[in-house]
Design a protein around this ligand. Sequence first.
Ligand code: MOS
Length: 756
Amino acid sequence: MNRHIVQSSASIDGDIIGRPLDRIDGVLKVRGLATYGYEHRAASRPAYGFILGATIGRGRLADIDTLAAERTPGVLLVLTHRNAPEQAVFGEPTTPEVPQVFTRARPVLASDAIRFHDEPVALVVAETFEEARYAANLITCRYEQAKGTFDFEAGLADAYRPARANAGLATDSIIGDVDAAMNAAPVTLDQTYETAFASHNPLEPHAAMAAWDGDTLTVHTATQTLANIRAGLAATLRLPLDKVRIVSPFIGGGFGSKLIVHAETVLAALAARKLGRPVKVALTRQQMFANAGHRPAIQHRMRLAATRDGRLTAFSHDVIETTARCEEFAEQTAATGRSLYAAPNRRTTHRLVRLDTNRGEWMRAPGEAPGLFAIECAMDELAEALGLDPIELRIRNEPERDPERNVPFSTRNLIACMREGAGRFGWDERPRQPGSRREGRKLIGYGMAAATRANYLGPTTVRVTIDAQGQIIVQTDMTDIGTGTYTILAQVAAERLGVSLASVRVELGDSTLPRSAGSGGSWGATSTCTATHHACLALREKILAAAREHERSPLHGANIAEARFARAALSIGSQSHPLREIIAAVAPEGISAEGNAARGETYQSFSQHSHGAHFAEVSVDLDTGEPRLRRMLGVFAAGRILNPKTARSQMIGGMIWGVGAALTEETVLDPRHGHFVNHDLGDYHLPAHADTPDVDAVFLDEHDDKANPLGAKGVGELGNCGANAAIANAIYNATGVRVRSLPITLDKLLPGLPIA
Ligand code: MOS
């Protein structure tokens, strides 16, 4: 196991689930004792790799001269496609079945083909990182350049329909006749919206340290899902699964970029095997922009038709998005609208434009985050055309059942979130006329938008053990990507077993532990807590049986049906004995039990989503057009909240990402060379504290008994759903200028502002 002991020192008993507790891994992190993948101290001295990337966007590596690099002091190995060990073949570039996409072989340096700009062409391994980087710069490449396609706009006419969208969803869903409804309706909207390429940029870049012991590979890395990385790496290297161990106890953010195996991990493994010593490889921040996925650029055509009193007769969202020639990714952007509003005529479609870039990947709320920008801006525009309050328009189109699946919602408090938020935010005080409120040289506006996110559960097993000291150990290969997994698992186990929080140790992030669904799709907390809940119930049964049946047990022969686990003791009738005393007597080696989570029947018979509402107040400078967020409130309903402190942090993080998407974030693709131009944090602008002055998130009380036994739903992505639209709508309210293209930078606003 790893050497980290993640355990709270706080003696907290009783009802622990739902309390706003500090992270139990917090002290390790604050003290720098939580080591991340690249920091792992290997048994023997590691070597350091540096990746050299291609400087063309498409073509062939005709020649590569590595001689100077090889002669550089400290250099141990230069890997290119010429000497890289054989790997499995990369599959066909179509959207595969859902599990396959996460685990397919992804060979690196496998041929002379260049498929995208900055694709690895060499790995230099040296005694130090600096020597490797220096030597990499001495390599010269001769390319045969092929004509690449890097212009989304130019490719729109050639958009194609993929076999399916991400998560296995149908590309098209068509009900009734949208065209006829548009022709017949008194009020319609037909507008095109754009969302930009975006890059994940977790604080911890992608990194791996690979070490071989005979034919067994251990990789310390940064991943959201150990099982995927393990399977993907094993497939790439053609190893049996049991020869690959992945360790990832702490992860500095992922946001969807750490769901599959990437070049640094494969290259570290190849080099470590060749050299017979541990090798560390990390992507630089710049390399991450082309080698760790991105959110595709998307064009959204929204069509809405409504009666005069604001009832939708048609809802249509046609999406065209970028994909990569080397591997398809079809974000399920338009699927967002399939369960959001009532309308008899409905249409949602996905089409793709192939570019010669790296593959798009899942990015925090894939689907909803860009999808809701288009939907919720369109609803805002329709509300104005109808002369209705934007919230009232949503109330009038609230569906009683899922409008496409015709099943009930498990819970749906979308409108309740809007009403609560309107009251708290002071929505009544918003400017009724766009562009009508001024404070000096600033225009002030309010905007709101709905939030919705599909709720998932993934197959997960958790093992819970009690030892003879009464110590509880929770084990699964689940990750904590900064979200609070360690803490909520300790909360669930402590409450279910009736022990103090301080008695629970949580061990995550090792593929030798029972397999979980990992962190992704907002399913992490619900899947692992559900499995922990079941494991604890199973453990209680085992403890109870042993306590009654074992001759040395102080409760031997106690046959009253009623047993209680509380205060670290087991009570049967009037007798009560500490758990440690019982375990020491009946099973000094400890007792373990496993619990599972899996999607049940309620996933078919109910439509499961979390919901929310965002409210934003912005100012726009009349002279410069600079938009600034002033304050933002999110109200969310996501089932039972397991830990309001860590959950609130996630919501606020998601909302701030929405601020970035709305105002600053865009990865700019050079249409001539296929190069992501602004590939660093100096030019790719993330919101900083000064950009997010007053952001708050609150939860409504909710309990979703269809989701899982805890009544909880995922929160990781919900905060990022619709936040961008609330800000865009506020900017319109401030200025009267409707910008339908993200990010809303001042150059897009300025031409429309009054000169006054
Ligand atoms: Mo998420 S985009 O599945 O980490």
